[in-house]
Design a protein around this ligand. Structure first.
Ligand SMILES: Nc1ncnc2c1ncn2[C@@H]1O[C@H](COP(=O)(O)OP(=O)(O)OP(=O)(O)O)[C@@H](O)[C@H]1O
Ligand SMILES: [Mg+2]
Length: 368
């Protein structure tokens, strides 16, 4: 059974290479027209899962459905998918037009129609007039766009992209990310995008599956992963975060509080605290959720003083490391430099500052 909104449904899929389990009982649904990313460190199984969707790799257990159809008996060329690889796999001996039209050669199309389709693609990837160029007369970013056009011209229902921007430098990569997202909205097909770059995944995706060791740790929207990570692993993989050891303090009532090292006793919403009194927890707070000030803010319910150990000026923001009482490791605080250079950025040693925060910004996780 697949859920009605699922365009791709991966159900209890495992993949063994010999006795090694590269994919471990993965289940997820991907919606029609969704920009979906698989994110995880090298070796976590992203490419393996993508290759199973494409049909280049069989599943050892479980089933993959695309558009309601089970895929196990369907060979790659009969699946409604196309794949774009990390290294821009375009033919060096063909010009741009012939590269883009390559997949159409088996379809018996009139030449005029084929030319029209190639022109449409050249417009879409913003390279009109490049048709007669040779592959070796193009930049890396241009080649990558040709590879995309060559896949898109076949009108697949699903485009599988395996780190397609991996070979590009940072600036070009960021530009291509925006173009890729705009292109996906324009053509409206489902993208399954593989990356190990968390910023890239956050920028591009409707939803992200964070993978580790062949499993899905959490599947959520970019904001969901960032604001409400469900585990230490996800919290630390996506962005920067401070962890504090903590203990649940119920005080006999339905609402509760958590006592976190250095932060004191802080009331937290009941739904965050479905644990008994005295249970150990891990409290996670993002560096930008702390407000930094030179004196205790009058209106702050929760604030502690700390000694400045280190500061780093990063242009639009500064990072501060404050030693607070009751915690060994300094607390990382990130603050936007709205009025020019940050208040504490010039100071290096032992000045006292205050950090204040809202209890909402404390994420309560399982203690380890
Ligand atoms: N054909 C194969 N035979 C044996 N082991 C394999 C095979 N293909 C992949 N693996 C193993 O499966 C695991 C997952 O590999 P996979 O290529 O899916 O990782 P990945 O997440 O794409 O990593 P990367 O970010 O480095 O590309 C790795 O440990 C890899 O060594
Ligand atoms: Mg890979």
């Amino acid at each position: 059974m697949t859920s009605p909104n699922a365009f791709i449904s991966i159900q209890n899929v495992s993949k063994f290479f010999g006795t090694f389990r590269a994919i471990d009982d993965v289940s997820m649904d991907i919606g029609r027209g969704e920009f979906f990313s698989l994110l995880g460190a090298s070796g976590c199984g992203k490419t393996t899962l993508l290759r199973m969707l494409a049909g280049f790799e069989s599943t050892s257990q479980g089933e993959i459905y695309i558009d309601g159809q089970p895929m196990s008996e369907v060979p790659p060329h009969h699946r409604p998918v196309n794949m774009v690889f990390q290294s821009y796999a375009i033919f060096p001996h063909l010009n741009v037009r012939d590269n883009i039209a390559y997949g159409l050669r088996k379809q018996k199309l009139p030449k005029a129609r084929r030319d029209e389709m190639v022109d449409e693609m050249l417009d879409l990837i913003k390279l009109p007039g490049y048709g007669s160029r040779k592959a070796n007369e193009l930049s890396g970013g241009q080649r990558q766009r040709i590879a995309l056009a060559r896949a898109l011209i076949l009108r697949p229902k699903v485009l599988l992209l395996d780190e397609p921007l991996g070979a590009l430098d940072k600036q070009l990569r960021e530009q291509m990310q925006l173009e890729l997202r705009a292109l996906q909205r324009q053509v409206g097909i489902t993208f399954v995008f593989v990356t190990h770059d968390q910023e890239e995944a956050l920028t591009l995706s409707d939803r992200i599956a964070v993978m580790s060791g062949g499993r899905v740790l959490q599947l959520d929207t970019p904001a969901g992963l960032y604001e409400t990570p469900k585990s230490r692993a996800v919290a630390s993989f996506i962005g920067n975060i401070n962890f504090f050891r903590g203990t649940v303090r119920r005080n006999g009532g339905p609402t509760g509080a958590v006592e976190a090292e250095g932060l004191g006793v802080v009331p937290v919403p009941a739904e965050q605290l479905a644990r008994p009194d005295g249970a150990p927890v891990l409290v996670a707070v993002r560096p930008e959720k702390f407000a930094l000030s030179a004196s205790r803010p009058a209106d702050a319910a929760h604030a502690v003083a700390g000694r400045l150990k280190n500061a780093a000026y990063l242009g639009e923001r500064s990072h501060y490391y404050l030693q607070i009482e009751g915690r060994d490791e300094p607390v990382a605080v990130s603050s936007q430099n709205l009025g020019g250079i940050g208040a504490a950025a010039g100071e290096r040693g032992d000045a006292t500052f205050w950090i204040s925060w809202s209890p909402d910004s404390m994420v309560i996780l399982e203690a380890e």
